[in-house]
Structures are given as C-alpha cells and as structure tokens.
Design a protein around this ligand. Sequence first.
Ligand code: ADP
Length: 370
Amino acid sequence: MSKPFPKVGVIGAGQLARMMVAPATALGVDLLLFAQDANDSGAQVASHVVGDYTNLAQVMNFAQQCDVVTFEHELVPLSIIRGLEAAGVKVYPPSHAFIFSQDKAEMRKKLNKFPAPEFQIISEPSSITKFPVIAKAISGGYDGRGVWKVRTTQELQEILKTCSPLLIEELVEFDCEIAVMVARSPHGQATSWAPVETVQQDGICILTITPAQKISSSVAERAQQMALEIAQEVGVVGVMAVEMFVKGENIYVNELAMRPHNSGHWSIEGAETSQFEQHLRAILDLPLGSPAMNHAYAVMGNILGGEKTDMYRPYLHLMARNPSLHFHQYKKDVRPGRKIGHVTACGNDLLHLLHEVEHARDYMSGVIDE
Ligand code: ADP
C-alpha cells in the first residue's frame, strides 16, 4: 500500500463513483472501484476490479487492497458490510448506520423522535382501513420504484402479493420536497449544506434549486439542525442525504441515503466543497471542507434519456448559447427516462438560471430542438 496517501475502495462504479474521481485525483487519493461491469460509468475512468458485490470472498479480496472502503449504492447486502467489519476492514458508512438507509422500516423506528409521516408495517390488507395511503417496499426501492399511492384494499392486496411486508405511510400533502446533505467523520465532526428543493416527476428528481426557495428561514434552519442530529443519531460516516417533505412550517422526514446523492450534485460547482470531496474527507477522517455556497443560487437539472443518442453534438449549441453552464455526462447507455447526466448553473438571477438549465436539460434529452 502506497503510504502516506491512502487508497479508497468504492463498491459500485456508477456515476457517483465517476464523480468521486476528480476530487480524489486532486487530493492525491487513489481510488479503486469494485464494478459490476468494465463498462460501468465510473469504471470507464478509474482503476477497478470487476466482481459480484454479493460475494464476500470477492469483496474481501478487493477490500484488502484498500485502506478504507465505501460504497455508492444501497444494494450492498448488510451481511457483506458486516463480513468486512468482522475482518477488521475500515468500511464507511458502518453497518450499524447503513441499515437505516437500506431498511425503511428500521429507519422509521430509529427516527421516531423526529417528525415523520405516520406509519405502519403490514402484511395483511385488512390492517388498513383509511385510504389513500403511501405503500413502500421496505428495501430495494429507488427513484420511486417500490413506492405506490394506494386507494383501495384491492390495490393493496395486489401489491402485497409481490411485496410483503409493506411500510404504509400517511399520505403527506406537502408543499415541496427538500433534501439536506450532511457529512460526518468518524470522530464526529459534522457539517451540512444549505437545504435543496428537489422537484420530482414520475418519481424521478428532475431539478434541484439551492438554497430551497419555498421554505421559510425557520424551516431551513430546523431542517439543517435535524439532518445533523440524525447524522449523529444513526452514526453515519461519509455524506448522507436526509430527504424531507415540507408543509407550511412542518417538516416530515422521508428517507435517508448514505452516499453522495443527486440532491448534492449542485455542490460540484456551487459550493466551496463538493459532496464528493467531502465524502472522501469524511471517510478518511480528514478535517471537513466548507459547505458554503460560492454563488447566491445553484440550479441542477438531470438529463434523462430520450430519443437523442448523441450527447456530444448538443454541446455546440448549448455552450455557444451559455458559456456558464456546467455539463456532466455519465456515459451510460441512453435509455428512456434513465439519468444519463446533469447540467448545473450558478449565479445571482434565479429565474435566468432555471430557464437556462431547463432549456439545456430538455435540449440534451431531445424534448426540444432549438
Ligand atoms: P425512493 O426510495 O424511491 O426514493 P421515497 O420514499 O423517497 O422512495 O418516495 C418517492 C417519492 O414518493 C417521494 O419523493 C415523494 O414524492 C413520494 N412520497 C413518498 N412518501 C410519501 C408520503 N408519505 N406522502 C406523500 N408522498 C410521498
């Protein structure tokens, strides 16, 4: 192992691992990815091994080449993380924290002192008498898959046939959804970025606005405070997104994601320290960087796959039109509705930023052609 600069192992090699490469390179930290396929988004640009993340022997062999191991998706089985820990591998976030981002029922129970939608865990449709409700797969869901708005007992019965038990939540008629990103290091230093408004369409985040505009300063302050308290409570190490709903002055904790998150992508250009650099600093137990914004606003739009397959040619038009836009390509196969990149704009004029990001996003996706 090349001391003094450590080698960080990342299980998973999607776009989150890909975006960790630039700050790791800048810090002189070596990254080694554990990819599923050599063509994965991150594996295209970083040293990697290819393996099966559910196979402890393979993951262990990988971990032994690294000083610290982290992961960039929630599918790594808890047994694998525990297996690494039992062998003395430094793995962050630790299994005792990670369980709360992987298991929504455990998370709801653990965070019962924080405001949240009312919930029940059920395996019988007759347990629910009042509709509509939100039903959620307890683990394995993402981007709205595994979340259903349920209106009748029959609908609930159908879902239970393939997914049981279910987490049933009160349907919150929220004004907006926000996310607060926090970072916490093993010795407990913690910090958070400004709350972000996340705009969803069909269960997928399409746009983020930082700082969130639709919430009062009191909600913003409490949301940040709450996210820091949750980080401490669950003992996360690394970055974590706390997703929340806001209705008037009320906050409801929705869920936790213990990894760099879509709601933090704006920080690459919009903050003094990006979520990807902060994650590396946190898991290496280095002092954390400043989360301060370096512009008044940052707007990020996700590019979703559409008809267009050439993602390079649109640069000609978009870069000429606005030299201040920042583009990120994940170099994943273009499939309808799949997140294949994002675009960020930072500055003082929010309406202009929104217009430019929405235009670039829709042009890249092929929704508009000029
Ligand atoms: P995922 O793991 O797929 O991100 P979430 O738990 O975040 O699942 O739910 C996806 C979306 O469903 C949320 O962003 C929100 O729009 C909606 N949703 C989830 N829970 C509730 C709820 N209790 N009330 C109203 N809407 C909800």
